[in-house]
Each structure stands twice: as C-alpha cells, then as structure tokens.
Ligand binder design. Structure first.
Ligand code: ADP
Ligand code: MG
Length: 256
C-alpha cells in the first residue's frame, strides 16, 4: 500500500527514469594531429518533465551532444538512452520510430523544407508517419507560436524568427516525450525570444513536456529548471533553479 500526502496529485506519479541520459559519451572527429574531442566522456541525465538548459562556449560540444542523444549522430563510444531504450541497441527501424514518436528536434539551422509551406512543414512528421494531425493541437501550437498568418508561406518568404517558430511547431506536432532544441532563440529578437521561452516553459509546467535547450543567453537559461555547463566536450558544472544573475556569475567563474 502506498500513501499519498494530502494535497498531492495521485494522477501524475513522478517518473524515476530520466527523459534521456548519456554514459561516458565520446565523440571524436579526425585523426592524429587533427583529432577533435567534440565529446570527451560526458555523463549527464536530463530529467523527465523538466526544462534543462545546456550552455558552454562555441565549440564546446553542445550541438554534438544534442545530435548524439537524439540519435541523429553516432557517438565514437559510450551509451545514450531515451527513457529506458538504449539508442545504440536499436536497429534502423527502431531508431526511425524513436525519432518520429518520442523525440522532437529544433535544429540550430531550422532544416525546413524550402519547397513546402509552413503548414506542410509543420505536419511533415505526421504526414511521413501517415498519422492524422490532431487539428486542435495544431491550432494550439500555431496560436501559441503566433504563426497563423504565415501558414501558406514558404520558408524563403518568412523571417528567421518565423522559420524558427515553424521549426518549433514541427518538433512538437507529434507530442514527443522529449524535445531537444539547439539555440531555438538564436534568431529571434528579444520580444520573440521571451515569447518562445515562455511557451517552452509552459509546455514543461503545464504539459509535463521534457525539454533540453542549448542557449548562450543567461536570461534564456533562467527559464530552465537546471543548467548544465559544457567546456571542451566535458560537463564542468551545473546549476539548479537558475536566475539570469546566477548563470552570469557561474559563466564568469568558468571563464566563458
Ligand atoms: P557547439 O555546438 O558547442 O558550438 P559543436 O558540437 O558544434 O559545438 O562542435 C564541437 C567540436 O567538434 C568543435 O570543435 C567542432 O569544430 C567539432 N566538430 C563538430 N562537427 C564536426 C564535424 N562534422 N567534423 C569535424 N569536427 C566537427
Ligand atoms: Mg552548436
């Protein structure tokens, strides 16, 4: 028998498993004198239903970490898990299914299909999976991200910020358990950036979405529950319940 404290919800028991984790993750590019240790033995957990920010200087391995943990790139050694499933143990079909059903990815460079309208870009993952788009969820995302008047435009007819928001809607359309977002506010002005961050925060707080976001903006990182700091392919620090000031202070200490 388990007991429930008064006032606590019984409907959403805390998940013990992290949304994703990496064990001794190494990614090496090149050979000999030209070798680059993009990831140099990373051990990290990203909690379920939490918003984690990843920070670090340019070239510290942030994008490589996101790509390896989302199964978009293969590590040189080490293990990565999404929930209980180990990515390296999946066959091609399993990996495709995981990327489609469990993971959303917002790329640093959007990766929208230039010949498709915003609407068709957003629904592409569902269309490829041959599943019906949840129209209410589509409308919600489009409304939250304020791209309703851009749905018939192609990427070349949209600003960087609008493309970024379309890319975000596309990452979320299939309600993935876990979203990786690589500098999702990198192309947004401060107002649009604050809106995007508030949207992600609400997705975590209200919908229990798990989000891992790369950012180099201390104010952006302050929306997260925890900040993980990388340097030279290693996790060098972390900060729980960050504020913009505490993040800036920590960045100063780390010399980045
Ligand atoms: P960040 O996102 O933190 O700026 P990256 O993960 O993109 O860093 O890169 C980490 C390191 O790996 C950098 O030194 C970068 O030059 C190197 N790197 C990334 N991708 C490649 C690649 N395809 N080939 C060779 N080196 C790479
Ligand atoms: Mg990067």
């Amino acid at each position: 028998m388990t007991t429930t404290e008064p006032g606590t919800s019984r409907t959403a028991p805390p998940s013990i498993l992290p949304a994703a984790r990496a064990i001794d993750l190494v990614k090496t590019y090149g050979k000999g004198d030209a070798v680059v240790h993009a990831l140099d033995g990373i051990n990290v957990e990203f909690e379920s239903g939490k918003f984690t920010a990843v920070m670090g200087p340019s070239g510290s391995g942030k994008s490589t970490l996101m790509h390896c943990m989302a199964g978009l790139d293969t590590p040189t050694s080490g293990r990565t898990f999404v929930g209980e499933r180990e990515i390296g143990k999946l066959d091609d079909a399993g990996l495709t299914q995981m990327r489609r059903d469990q993971i959303g990815f917002v790329f640093q460079s959007f990766n929208l299909v230039p010949t498709l309208t915003a609407r068709d870009n957003i629904t592409l993952p569902a269309d490829l999976a041959k599943v019906k788009v949840d129209q209410a969820w589509f409308d919600y995302l489009v409304g939250q991200l304020r791209i309703g008047d851009r749905l018939s435009h192609r990427p070349s007819e949209m600003s960087g910020g609008q493309q970024q928001r379309v890319a975000c809607a596309r990452a979320l359309i299939e309600r993935p358990d876990l979203v990786f977002a690589d500098e999702p506010t990198g192309n947004l002005d401060s107002n649009a950036s604050a809106e995007m961050l508030a949207f992600m925060r609400r997705s975590v707080t209200e919908l229990s979405q798990s989000i891992v976001m790369v950012t180099h903006d201390a104010r952006g990182a302050a929306y997260a529950d925890r900040v993980v700091f990388l340097a030279d392919g290693k996790v060098v620090d972390e900060l729980v319940s960050p504020t913009a000031d505490s993040v800036l202070e920590r960045m100063k200490q780390l010399g980045s």
